[in-house]
Design a protein around this ligand. Sequence first.
Ligand code: FES
Length: 647
Amino acid sequence: QKDPLVLFMPSGKRGRFPVGTSVLDAARKLGVYVESVCGGRATCGRCQIEVQEGSFAKHKIISSYDHISPVGPKEERYAEVRKIPEGRRLSCSAQILGDLVVDVPQDTVVNAQVIRKAATDRVIERNPAIQLCYVEVDEPDMHKPLGDLDRLKLMLEKDWGWQNILVSQHLLPDVQKTLRKGNWGVTAAIHRDLEGSRPNLIALWPGLHNEAYGIACDIGSTTIAMHLVSLLSGRIVASSGTSNPQIRFGEDLMSRVSYVMMNPDGREAMTKAVRQAINDLTARVCAEAGVNPNDILDAVFVANPIMHHLFLGIDPTELGQAPFALAVSGEVHTWSREIDLAINHGARVYMLPCIAGHVGADAAGATLAEGPYRQDRMMLLVDVGTNAEIVLGNRDRVVAASSPTGPAFEGAEISSGQRAAPGAIERVRIDPVTFEPKYRVIGVDMWSDEEGFEEAASKIGVTGICGSAIIEVVAEMYLAGIISEDGVVDGSLAERSPRIIANGRTFSYLLRDGEQRITVTQNDVRAIQLAKAALYAGIKLLMEKQGVEHVDMIRFAGAFGSFIDPKYAMVLGLIPDCDLAEVKAVGNAAGTGALMALLNRDSRREIERAVNRIEKIETALEPKFQEFFVHAMALPNKVDAFPCLST
Ligand code: FES
């Protein structure tokens, strides 16, 4: 008679175990992550699982409720105090009696598209670097002069299997007090990131401590975004963002590098500012979720190279000029106290590796989230900011580059450009016969040709055009024949329509008349052409490196990608030809990557390996870049065709 077979879902891991083995032990032996703080004492409630009923033909496993031990007294006691959801069991108490299919509830579901449109929801399997371990330590004995901490370490080895534990020095002064306060029962937070490395005791609480949190943070040059996550349940308990206060030192990345070069205290001031903003944001998410910042034990960061350096206190001057040398390109492990984070003193910090001098840990985060290296087909991943970070590849080979798109896509350098905020035009259509426009404004829930629009719009004021609408309006102008393939506004149309107006020696398109005139000038069209040509040329260079004529799927990361309509991006030739159904916005993919690395240390190894394999292409050194750029100045492109647009 064979031992019962147990299959864990969703991992699919399985094995045979003697009757009477606890489900938690079986999970441990198979390397299936099931949380446990109390060490199987049925007091923490963290080890919950679900048992499937019925056959599971695919895996030839029959599972029914008599294949698992009935609820025993310990589990009943727990259930009296804290509710266990219907259908769930404590895996430390439930014993295997027959073949079983066990569901490990996965609570972390990230809506990758935080902003507007819903895109892919994903489930992150948990395997965090932090584990809470409750132990009961022997009381001191005059005949055995072993120190309190040493007896604690012995128990951590005996009950939890942690050997050779390193103890964070900052805990030493309070160890004795904590042990006595807990009446010799304490919860230890153990950090182990790299398999095989020595575990670290990083925090200690008296009694059973059932809370451990982590933060996943994306430090953008304009916005800092953060998730606060329970490391025990995997649930995101709060998410928020704030603007990067470094803006006052320089709007874009290069101006911040110049600030450092020109001011002796510049680096320090910017490091301080960004850390302060992160601490304020942490306090805010903690307050929102009712979490004590002292319970934050792990923090994962992604950032572009310059933000990455400034956050870590590294002078970014070298990144301002060729050869764009990073002080450190690999992943960074540090402690919260080393970088002044206002979370637990013993908390660990992990920063994803950078891909290259201009392709940062944020691109690595997006790469981890979208996984071009996991695909059979060719995936193009673009994150458009003032610098576009571009990754192209499949499981055989991945290449990456950055391209200097400038701030035009974000509404800067555009005469009526503004950030996406109430009052900004966000959608535009132009009648190809009359050239009359209709548009939508953020904060007004209707098109401009609908009744009541003016009244609603007058309440907030129509102030400008945001990045998504700039793409649309230029594309619509092109489709209506107002601008030529070379991007010239056709002045001869001024006779036909009052919408085409002279502006010195060139012509503009009048999008909205009134108190605040909103026009699209020849210079605006040029700025968009330059930005899109830079983006396209970067992509094209990578396609050439890969030896491909077209890409199979496109993923737009970042806020910009969430707002633009892929069709218009293709009409203007921002992106190469691709089946429109395969072009998707994936929101803050960099932040999703940080979250994955926070909740699963295998993801850290995965992206470290992937980044090592990514080939970095420096656009500035590639003679072909200029040629691609010139071709891409035309709308949509001088030489490349876009057959998917006509279907
Ligand atoms: Fe704590 Fe099961 S491990 S309740």
